[in-house]
Design a protein around this ligand. Structure first.
Ligand SMILES: NC(=O)C1=CN([C@@H]2O[C@H](COP(=O)(O)OP(=O)(O)OC[C@H]3O[C@@H](n4cnc5c(N)ncnc54)[C@H](OP(=O)(O)O)[C@@H]3O)[C@@H](O)[C@H]2O)[C@@H](O)CC1
Ligand SMILES: Nc1ncnc2c1ncn2[C@@H]1O[C@H](COP(=O)(O)OP(=O)(O)OP(=O)(O)O)[C@@H](O)[C@H]1O
Ligand SMILES: [Mg+2]
Length: 333
């Protein structure tokens, strides 16, 4: 059966997400060492937000990544560490309010130090997630721009979400033409991107054409437009994931998605390299496969959590169902 079918024109076809999940999820081979199932880093976590980076990073582990790091501000680090001992937390980012008495030269030194701390780790990561709970502090965002540029130079894939999209929308050159970038905008983030990049308002009469144009205009980055159905495009075609999820719209579900996409795209890249037979999946862009798999798994976990918790379903309940949802599709043999 063809796992991924799609049309290149004005329509999208529902992706066969279960086949994608089965094809890219690696077996638990005893010869594999720690790290081979994925090393993910989330860049996010500031004075206001500690939940979002935690949701993204812990989701990556619950799906099956081996190591999950968080790069955040010092204040956020203690909080995130106390949520979970599983996460490796680096308190390296700085916000303006914390360095208000420092002159320009001092700020340049701090920025250099942040980058060199990050550099020690970067080449080890299979994917970065930039943005969950990052905040919008100008000094912090300037440092994160440099981190993204460095990741790009090293060909590390980047999933951009939340405040990372605020940064990228205002500095589109950070991702423009980078085929290993994935943008995961919600309704508002998508609207801002369309306005900035295409110079017009969102056109609900031409959803697919618009998504294709947006992706092409940014040089073929993959875009996952979140909504009632998730729409995914790398500028070649549009695919959708509409599996029934949950009617609860509690905050944090997008953060689960960004951590999940990071893991699945890393797996899809490994599996593409190893693929010998000419299947539809092996010919599909791994960033697109990662989006299809992440969207489908989140929706299945949300449906299961809702079955149990109904109106009181929270993001943490959905995270607890990620493993069970993946097991139902791709069981450990
Ligand atoms: N626990 C945590 O730490 C969490 C932290 N998070 C982090 O927060 C940061 C900012 O992210 P964000 O998504 O809140 O900001 P943004 O996109 O500017 O939206 C702001 C406003 O847009 C509106 N709005 C939203 N959806 C809409 C819709 N479908 N249709 C219509 N309107 C809609 C809505 O406006 P309102 O209804 O309040 O008028 C909303 O207030 C980011 O870093 C993220 O990672 C979150 O991940 C959550 C969990
Ligand atoms: N109207 C909807 N019906 C069904 N599922 C939806 C709907 N809107 C969003 N979703 C699902 O919830 C997931 C998160 O999308 P959402 O728009 O809530 O992201 P977000 O605003 O970035 O979330 P966060 O609060 O984490 O920032 C999407 O992958 C999508 O599958
Ligand atoms: Mg979000």
């Amino acid at each position: 059966m063809e796992a991924v079918k799609c049309l290149s024109g004005g329509a999208s076809l529902e992706a066969n997400a279960e086949s994608v999940l089965r094809a890219i999820t690696p077996s638990l081979d005893p010869t594999r060492h720690k790290g081979q199932a994925g090393k993910i880093a989330v860049v996010g976590g500031c004075r206001e937000y500690t939940g979002a980076p935690y949701f993204a990073a812990i989701s990556a582990l619950k799906i099956g990544a081996d190591l999950s790091h968080v790069f955040c501000t010092e204040g956020a680090a203690t909080v995130i560490k106390s949520y979970s001992p599983e996460l490796i937390v680096h308190p390296i980012l700085e916000e303006s309010y914390n360095i208000s008495g420092v002159n320009d030269e001092g700020k340049r030194d701090i920025s250099k130090k942040i980058l060199s701390e990050f550099d020690k780790w970067m080449e080890r990561f299979d994917c970065l997630v930039v943005g969950p709970g990052l905040g919008r502090d100008p000094f912090l965002l300037e440092c994160v721009s440099k981190i993204m540029t460095r990741a790009r130079q090293s060909n590390v894939p980047i999933v951009v979400d939340g405040d990372g999209l605020f940064l990228v929308t205002n500095s589109i050159e950070l991702v423009s033409g980078y085929r290993l970038a994935v943008l995961t905008p919600n309704v508002i983030e998508y609207k801002r991107l369309v306005q900035k990049v295409l110079g017009c308002d969102v056109n609900d009469q031409n959803t697919h054409g618009e998504l294709l144009s947006l992706s092409k205009q940014i040089g073929g980055v993959t875009i996952l437009r979140k909504g009632k159905s998730d729409l995914i495009s790398d500028g070649e075609k549009v695919q959708s994931v509409s599996i029934y999820g949950s009617p609860r719209r509690c905050g944090g579900q997008g953060d689960i998605l960004s951590g999940s996409v990071a893991v699945f795209l890393s797996w899809a890249r490994q599996c593409n390299l190893a693929a010998e037979r000419e299947s539809t999946i092996s010919r599909t862009n791994p960033t697109v496969l990662g989006c299809i798999a992440g969207s489908a798994l989140l929706r299945k976990a949300a449906a299961l959590a809702f079955e149990h918790k109904k109106r009181s379903t929270l993001t943490t309940d959905i995270i607890e169902h990620l493993g069970q949802s993946l097991e139902a599709i791709s069981p450990v043999s």
